[in-house]
Design a protein around this ligand. Sequence first.
Ligand code: UTP
Length: 510
Amino acid sequence: MDVEGLKSRLAEANQEHLLKYWNQLSDSEKSQLYKELNHLDFKEINGFFKTAMEDLASASEKLDDVLEPLPKEVCGRVVSTEEEVLLQYDVDGLTEIGESRVAVLLLAGGQGTRLGVPYPKGMYNVGLPSGKTLYQIQAERLLKLQRMGEAVSGSSCKIPWYIMTSEHTKQSTLDFFKKHNYFGLQEEDVVLFEQSLLPCIGFDGKIILEKPHKVALAPDGNGGLYRALHKSGVLKDMEGRGIKYVHVYCVDNILVKMADPIFIGFCMSKGANCGAKVVEKAFPTEAVGVVCKVEGKYQVVEYSEITLKTAEKRDSTGRLTFNAGNICNHFFTLDFLKFVSDPSQEKQLKHHVAKKKIPYVSEQDSKVTIKPDSPNGIKMEKFVFDVFHFATSFAVWEVIREDEFAPLKNADTADKDTPTTCRRSLLNLHHRYLLAAGAEFVDKDGNLLPHIPSQKGEEEAVFVESEISPLVSYAGEGLEKLVDGRKFTSPVYLNQDYKMEEPEIVEGEW
Ligand code: UTP
């Protein structure tokens, strides 16, 4: 350990306090702290902090005057697209999948602080009849899509799954997939890579120590993707496999249509190198970022960056002018990803600053870590969508919210984006799939239940619980042969795992 060298680097960066407890540390603690500090580029971090604080100071400036709505020609909406055009997008997307030219990339490096479980969010089970976790649902969607791609191409295909983790999520994610035999996927097609961490910094510019031998570190945001792609060799791996298109998404959307062929086909039809799937913003003050243009460049503008007047603006059809709600669901060509991940572009992506309550080592007793009641410093994060700025050909595909977007953000004590709302959204979607395929539901006395859950006299609303394994159906297709004209009692589960040749229908409690 070159402690003297480290000391002088710290002094130069005005961060000497990080070795304040050095003489009290055990040998292993010393080596842990040395390793952590030695990894950090203090000059760079101080630079990030300076820019971040300048941005924070100007954060109250609104963007209203420089905001432009999306040009019509880059937009498409599932609800106003003719059936045969949708079908064509689907075929085009599936053809690319069948030729193994599509990859999916999962952003799973977040700490999930709001949900508050001590393991990665992907391992969460929202209480579905099947008990499946988010990771299992996603793995099975991929497996099914591979089979659908193979049916189109007539030969075997692969959709490699790249999973970005961070120090907090990497090992447990890996162990989880191993334990579950990759849910039927090939181990070599599930590629984990790690994003970087950045120190949390006090408002005075000093890096915060969480413990005498541990810096307070946090992942550098889901936009840390580009730096991680550059460092990890993932882009080379994609190139080696002949990938052309990449679907990037967040771990927490239980309805996510991974590598959605229709979305891919739509973006291809626009010749886009970058695309976003969006949902219609529900109401002017909804806390969702909107995709729009700012000074001629595509951007996601947060709700806090515009005034109410602009948020309430409507076009001649009565829709909100800025209505393209971002759901972290993106399409990129591999060429575009290579371009934006190059340090000369990546460096231009600014850090967003969040004031946070960051646990720190007590001045009075260094064995105690204090959890502050109010923010005492900042976390700096890059955002995945900030590369829209570089898009030379952009596409925006609007989908139906209740079919495609239900994020898991909070514990059940909150009133939105909870395990309960996610479970309900998925069960509701699958109920609708079954009804559309000709199924009916009856109560325990054999009486037909209404298609729309309704109040039964004084009793509670009757909800039908139906779940369909992704291996049975990716998005509602192919169900008629199993359920048309049949009556079911809730809960019903169309079960199939990767070891089963045929689906089985499980009814009633199990
Ligand atoms: P969120 O911003 O919702 O953060 O992430 P989170 O970590 O899941 O939850 P909170 O805010 O701590 O409660 C949106 C997506 O971006 C990923 C998350 O894993 C999630 O899929 N993400 C977030 C990263 O991959 N890296 C990060 O540094 C932050």
